[in-house]
Design a binder for this molecule. Structure first.
Ligand code: NDP
Ligand code: 2IT
Length: 448
């Protein structure tokens, strides 16, 4: 489908031509381009200063070799990436993803979305993303450590508390951040806590960072439900994935009175009519690093569906928290048909463009990732604040800050959508509000 605005269509065709094969990046770029037409009418200086053409081109892209040895002494070579996308609002900020599917197109889609997400938090952070096609599954602790050390041996010269501040994403959690931080400290001889976020609590991490993305996404859905005079109380929910974001989404939904009946990993899903036993999931996934199918060994009444599609489970609230494009048009239609009234994206870009159209046309509350999952990076920015002041805040205070930030993001998206004639459309609201903030700063900085 061709875009309504001819100039934007030309820009999009240019994106396709200059970034061949990067389909996830094309998808993320197109969604933003489709939203920002009305902004250009209101702010002609953005068009004159070619803000869109500039924002869509990363400021800097770094690609490097990561050689490492496994426990048997065999040598492996992976590829490392860091895309420093936009620094108009602050140092580049965004996670590192270790997954075999990683290539430049995935890092660019994530980095591009991160610019607008970070702008929405209202905190001084630019956008970036990195990672590697390394597969952490089945690797020993020592192998993970050697990989992280080799990765940081290249990355350290490009990052810093005022330059670029990586954190976790898929395949990168507290353990990996620890090894990365140790190697950064060794290479630089500096105790620069603010260079990474998601650190352990013993060496500069922030309380609530572990929980932040899942809690934040749940707060966002709570706000969307409030607009509809509704709440989580008694709601039947499905949360895909069983990693960091999924686990703390389930935790907060349960605290707010909802019941999560299914979660998953890349092999299949579990269904537990009595409600997911979160302590068991934490034991299996966080401490023992096992597969979700093992859940049914302990909860005999629960069911594991190998290779199954989790979206076939009827629910009122769906929170995709695994990976990109996990909900297609058919899945979205099935969710709506089965009575789903709200979708909050813990993952980045988990719904395909066709799926998004289904949700919007059905008029359900749909919270896109760059708004709904911003609590993770927002709490990373709170970790940076604590590091800068050599302070550490209590859990209660930090969670309150997070809840407030999510409330503000929701309000900003809601009001911006209304202002630009798309009431209730959080996609348009998030894209426009994030874009305007970055664009204004870019205009102020001149042509750089
Ligand atoms: P984890 O590595 O902790 O967990 C990822 C989960 O998603 C696992 O259950 C994993 O299953 C599943 N998954 C990953 N890749 C695929 C795939 N290709 N197909 C099917 N399932 C898959 O990562 P996080 O929980 O941190 O991240 C989940 C999502 O949330 C990602 O989209 C990430 O970008 C996003 N996000 C994360 C933030 C954070 O702070 N961590 C912040 C904002 C967004 P398996 O074990 O089988 O691979
Ligand atoms: O997608 C994301 O926002 C993250 N993976 C978290 C980034 C961060 O810097 O905390």
């Amino acid at each position: 489908m061709v875009m309504k605005d001819e100039k934007l269509e030309t820009i999009y065709q240019d994106v396709l031509r200059r970034n061949p094969g990067e389909v996830e990046f094309h998808q993320a770029a197109r969604e933003v381009l489709e939203s920002v037409g009305p902004v250009l009418a209101k702010y002609p200086e953005f068009r004159e200063r070619k803000i869109i053409e500039r924002i869509i081109e990363p400021e800097r892209q770094i690609i490097f070799r990561v050689p490492w040895q496994d426990d048997k002494g065999e040598v492996h070579v992976n590829r490392g990436f860091r895309v420093q996308y936009n620094s108009a609002l602050g140092p580049y900020k965004g996670g590192l993803r270790f997954h075999p599917s990683v290539y430049l197109g995935i890092i660019k889609f994530l980095g591009f979305e991160q610019i607008f997400k970070n702008a929405l938090t209202g905190l001084p952070i630019g956008g970036g993303k990195g990672g590697s096609d390394f597969d952490p599954k089945g690797k020993s602790d020592d192998e993970i450590m050697r990989f992280c050390q080799s990765f940081m041996t290249e990355l350290w010269r490009y990052i810093g508390e005022h330059t670029d501040v990586p954190a976790g994403d898929i395949g990168v959690g507290g353990r990996e951040i620890g090894y990365l931080y140790g190697q950064f400290k060794r290479l630089t001889s500096r105790y620069e806590a603010g260079v990474l976020t998601g650190k352990g609590l013993d060496y500069g991490g922030s309380l609530v960072r572990t929980e932040a993305t899942g809690y934040g996404a749940t707060f966002f859905v709570e706000e969307m439900l409030k607009v509809r005079k509704d709440s989580f109380d008694g709601k039947r929910c499905v949360v895909s994935g069983s990693g960091n974001v999924a686990i703390y989404t389930v935790e907060k939904i349960h605290q707010l009175g909802g019941k999560v009946v299914a979660c998953s990993d890349s092999n299949g899903y579990i269904f537990d009519e009595k409600g997911i036993d979160l302590e068991l999931v934490k034991q299996l996934k966080e401490r023992e690093r096992r597969r979700i199918k093992d859940y049914v060994e302990y909860r005999k009444h629960a069911r594991y569906v190998d290779g199954g599609n989790i979206w076939e489970i009827p629910c009122q609230v769906a929170m995709p928290s695994a990976t990109q494009n996990e909900i297609n048009g058919k899945d979205a239609a099935l969710l709506v048909k089965n009575g789903c009234i709200a979708v909050g994206e813990g993952a980045n870009m988990p719904t395909t463009p066709e799926g998004i159209q289904v949700f919007l046309q059905a008029g359900i509350a749909y919270g896109p990732g760059k708004a709904a999952n911003a609590g993770g990076v927002a709490t990373s920015a709170l970790e940076m604040q604590q590091n800068a002041s050599r302070d550490s805040w209590t859990f209660e205070y930090t969670e309150k800050r997070l809840a407030n930030i999510m409330k503000n993001i929701h309000q900003t998206c809601f009001e911006t959508a209304e202002e630009f004639g798309a009431k209730g459309n959080y996609v348009v609201g998030a894209n426009i509000a994030g874009f305007i903030k970055v664009a204004k700063a870019m205009v102020a900085h001149g042509l750089i």
